[in-house]
Write a protein that binds this ligand. Structure first.
Ligand code: NAD
Ligand code: 13P
Length: 416
């Protein structure tokens, strides 16, 4: 059929919010998208939390435990991860990963970064060869040898092209339709349209054409390689910047589509570490000047990191001009979970993991693991001292440094 089918892989606080945004748009554009949006849910059995007020408390559902998918499909509310937000009825919660991605031409990856590798292994062989993806994951994929964007690691595993979405987007605010902006980066390698051209006089069905090509691809480090990619059939609306915009843009959620996948992805990943540091100093009661200093130093280290390790693809202006850069840093250091939990951990003299467990009801911080991963990557290259804020945040998390020492640790004295 000549319409895109969309699946959201993930259904946490942000995953469910993005499903809402997309489901509103697929309903408004039946010529471009199938109305129903699949949302893969990591299944769990829960009782409806007190916080959820959209349902009838006397109903049978309130008494016993139920599957989260059953509750979402019945109440059209994600009672655990996005309580009190009415979801469009065209979101279909699906506990089967393979079934949820079946026949989808657009896959949106939106879940805590630690789970995505394993899920890709389970999806392999079940996604359309010509599917395209957008990763909303804020984090980086780090191994001892390399650092990769999640858009790239997912793309390599599933043999599809994947872009990235990131911005100043506290999920609850977007879900309440309070105005925000976001950045979507989408830059697939050029496909040779000739291979989709019919050889005989008649017009063949897409299934008769071999749309798989070996195409030249420049990765985020600037290395050229040849990758196998399958063109989308010509009967589908072309998935270009305009269509990406139509899929994500709402009157309350303004989308800027760009091509800098590395800049957008790194902004989302690294700001989580800076938000922890901002939370630490706020926890000491040091005030707004201290937080602003952390944000300024953090932004410079984010930009330097991009330039040092992704110099051939990152556009440094992405950090200063896009929602995925400075704006996300500001919002995350104001009301983000990493900021709030780091602040509480200092105030209450508890570990961040304890605060996460007691305050977030199953939602997950990304900054702690990203700080560890990025530190490991920097240390393996002897570069840790060139990123004093990223490194000190890791050392504070490890109990090797004190928050009070941050000013001295990040100081960059004038050289007269
Ligand atoms: P979340 O913090 O709500 O995480 C919980 C999710 O993880 C739930 O859907 C849960 O079912 C799932 N989960 C738990 N165990 C799992 C397992 N073993 N396997 C697979 N899934 C499991 O998640 P979120 O807020 O939707 O975050 C997703 C991504 O979006 C993250 O990278 C985050 O940084 C980013 N993000 C979040 C926000 C926000 O405000 N929440 C905003 C922008 C971006
Ligand atoms: P937290 O994960 O710290 O809540 O950040 C949310 C976010 O990414 C806002 O843009």
């Amino acid at each position: 059929e000549g319409r895109h089918k969309v699946t959201i892989v993930g259904s946490g606080n942000w995953g469910t919010t993005i499903a809402k945004v997309i489901a509103e748009n697929t309903k408004e554009h039946p010529d471009l998208f199938e109305e129903n949006v699949q949302m893969w849910v990591y299944e769990e059995e829960i009782t409806i939390p007190e916080a959820s007020k959209l349902h009838d408390p006397s109903s049978e559902y309130s008494k016993e435990k139920h599957k989260l998918t059953t509750l979402i499909n019945h109440f059209h509310e994600n009672v655990k991860y996005l309580p009190n937000i009415a979801l469009p009825h065209n979101i279909i919660a699906n506990p089967s990963l393979q079934d949820s991605v079946k026949d989808s031409t657009i896959l949106i990856f939106n879940l805590p970064h630690q789970f995505i590798d394993k899920l890709c292994d389970q999806m392999k062989g079940h996604v359309l060869s010509y599917a395209r993806g957008v990763s909303c994951i804020k984090g980086v994929s780090v191994s001892s040898e390399d650092i990769k964007l999640f858009s790239e690691s997912i793309g390599e595993k599933l043999e599809i092209y994947v872009g990235a979405l990131s911005g100043a987007n506290i999920a609850n605010e977007v879900a309440l339709e309070k105005f925000s902006e976001t950045t979507v980066a989408y830059d697939p390698p050029p496909m040779d349209s000739r291979s989709a051209t019919p050889k005989e006089g008649r017009t063949p069905q897409a299934s008769e054409l071999d749309l798989t090509q070996i195409t030249e691809h420049k990765d985020s480090k600037g290395f050229k390689s040849r990758v196998r990619l399958t063109a989308q059939p010509s009967e589908l609306p072309p998935l270009d910047h305009r269509l990406i915009h139509t899929l994500f843009h709402r009157p309350y959620f303004h989308v800027h589509v760009v091509s800098d996948v590395a800049g957008v992805s790194l902004g989302g990943a690294l700001k989580n570490i800076v938000a922890l540091a901002a939370g630490f100093v706020a926890g000491l009661g040091w005030g707004d000047n201290a937080k602003a200093a952390i944000m300024r130093i953090g932004l410079l280290e984010m930009r330097k990191f991009g330039k040092m390790f992704f110099e051939n693809s990152v556009r440094t202006a992405t950090f200063t001009e896009e929602s995925a850069g400075v704006a996300d840093l500001i919002t995350s250091c104001s009301g983000g979970r990493n900021f709030r939990c780091a602040k509480m951990s200092v105030e209450r003299k508890m570990s961040i993991a304890e605060v996460e467990k007691s305050e977030l009801n199953g939602q997950m911080l990304q900054g702690v693991s990203t700080a560890q991963e990025v530190y490991g990557f920097l240390k393996a290259r002897g570069k840790q001292n060139e990123f004093p804020l990223l490194t000190s945040t890791y050392r504070i998390l490890q109990g090797e440094a004190k928050v009070e020492d941050l000013p001295a640790l990040v100081a960059k004295p004038n050289e007269f």
